[in-house]
Design a protein around this ligand. Structure first.
Ligand code: HEM
Length: 135
């Protein structure tokens, strides 16, 4: 079972992806195998690739067996990444903000040798925060 945010479903499982999926009731559904057999046609299925198809699915008043079929095609669930972050600790919040910001662009250009002058070597690279992850 994979866990993705809605944005990731959109980015990784859209029409043109290897494994198109849509979401029904928070479940990520692989369209591929079933789309050719779908009594309502392949096109309507692909139209929702990468999107939330819950309303469309419900509005067509699918039968119980159609609903069971949906469950067979589940490959994962949608989680909103921001919900996963523990908010119990102020430090964590701060690190998370850094993570979603621009931390990755710290180039380690601290000249150790050559010029010899260590004057302004403010070693900001000690920043442990980069180890923090959103998972
Ligand atoms: C994995 C998801 C889906 C499954 C397993 C599925 C399955 C089925 C099945 C078994 C039927 C035959 C009638 C029934 O038993 O209810 C059906 C009909 C239909 N489905 Fe889906 N469906 C899915 C998603 C969708 C979506 C997203 C749409 C978009 C609108 C859609 C549109 C339709 C339509 C229009 C029909 C009626 C076809 C007709 O009677 O001519 N289905 N579907």
């Amino acid at each position: 079972m994979i866990k993705l945010s809605m944005k990731q479903v959109q980015a990784q499982h859209g029409r043109k992806s290897k494994q198109p999926c849509f979401v029904i009731s928070g479940r990520i559904i692989a369209i591929g195998k079933f789309k050719d057999e779908h009594p309502g046609g392949e096109d309507v299925m692909m139209e929702y690739a990468g999107l939330d198809a819950t309303e469309a699915f419900e509005s067509m008043r699918h039968s119980e067996s159609a609903k069971r079929k949906v469950l067979e095609l589940v490959i994962g669930e949608v989680v909103e990444m921001s919900d996963q972050v523990s908010s119990s600790d102020d430090d964590e919040k701060r690190l998370t903000n850094i993570n979603t910001g621009t931390t990755s662009v710290q180039s380690p250009k601290t000249p150790r040798s050559s010029s010899g002058s260590r004057n302004n070597n403010s070693e900001q690279d000690h920043d442990e925060s980069r180890k923090c992850s959103l998972q």
